[in-house]
Design a protein around this ligand. Structure first.
Ligand SMILES: CCCCCCCCCCCC(=O)SCCNC(=O)CCNC(=O)[C@H](O)C(C)(C)COP(=O)(O)OP(=O)(O)OC[C@H]1O[C@@H](n2cnc3c(N)ncnc32)[C@H](O)[C@@H]1OP(=O)(O)O
Length: 225
């Protein structure tokens, strides 16, 4: 599919979000089901039919989705916040660019479980990484994560509304430092996990090389974004 007009993109984004929600429900059912074997087999056949339906027109692995805007960095299939992603929790993020801050709200479902009943530690790191990079990007310092330090202070439970706050702390040339906290929405004074990251903006020519395979102009990871 070629580039969409803004109107077409909005319509398609709505449909992509609906499919994403339906697939997240499906994934949730798939990881929680205890139905008998014959039902599992029946579901496998139905899932394969659905795959064939969607596979009639697929992007190559590096191609950017027609619903995305690579210049602003919007990713409709982001594994963190993408409305179309079956694997995203998904997190809903509010940006406060003037304050170099962003606030994510998320309730992590069963599919992202680590220890029984708890959120997988790698998922905690992913949520923190996202708000760390995003707080810097919102304030005009787009960059890739060069270092990420995560401190796990308390177990993070599945099915509980969480708030993840990213804050840009400092900028020096192409380097930005940000910190983040993850708390339960009903107990915001108790830090469950915290993160610190160094984000390094790509030089424009390096960004062209790194993203060449997408075939599009991707500006969101350089210092001008
Ligand atoms: C709307 C929706 C929004 C959506 C918002 C979306 C948010 C999504 C968040 C996802 C974030 C990710 O997962 S990003 C993906 C994971 N990260 C990556 O893939 C990065 C892989 N690493 C690299 O590509 C590279 O190592 C870089 C880019 C980090 C640095 O390489 P480079 O660009 O060549 O930089 P280089 O010249 O070496 O260094 C530049 C400066 O940074 C310093 N520096 C570089 N690396 C380090 C380091 N590890 N520790 C300390 N310092 C370092 C250097 O000393 C130097 O300082 P000085 O000499 O200038 O003083």
């Amino acid at each position: 599919m070629g580039e969409l007009t803004p109107g077409e993109r909005e319509v398609r984004r709505g449909a992509v979000g609906e499919l994403g929600e339906a697939l997240r429900d499906l994934v949730d059912a798939a990881v929680r089901t205890e139905v008998p074997l014959d039902r599992l087999t029946e579901a496998t056949g139905a899932a394969r039919e659905l795959t064939a339906l969607l596979s009639a027109d697929l992007r190559e692995v590096h191609e950017i989705a027609s619903v995305d805007d690579p210049e602003t960095g919007e990713r409709w299939y982001s594994p963190v916040y993408g409305p179309g992603s079956p694997v995203a929790p998904p997190m809903v993020v509010e940006d406060f660019p003037d304050e170099g801050r962003c606030v994510g709200r998320v309730t992590v479902p069963k599919k992202l479980e680590g220890p029984p009943g708890l959120v997988h530690g790698g998922v905690v790191a992913t949520l923190l990484d996202h708000v760390l990079a995003r707080s810097a990007r919102g304030a005009g310092h787009g960059g890739l994560t060069a270092t990420l330090t995560v401190t796990y202070r308390r177990p993070v439970h599945l099915g509980v509304p969480l708030v993840v706050i990213g804050q840009l702390v400092s900028v020096e040339g192409r380097r930005a430092t940000a910190t983040a906290r993850l708390v339960a929405a009903d107990d915001p004074d108790t830090t469950l996990a915290e993160g610190e990251a160094l984000l390094v903006a790509l030089r424009a020519e390096r960004a062209s090389e790194v993203f060449a395979r997408t075939g599009r102009d991707v500006g969101a990871w350089t210092s001008r974004s």
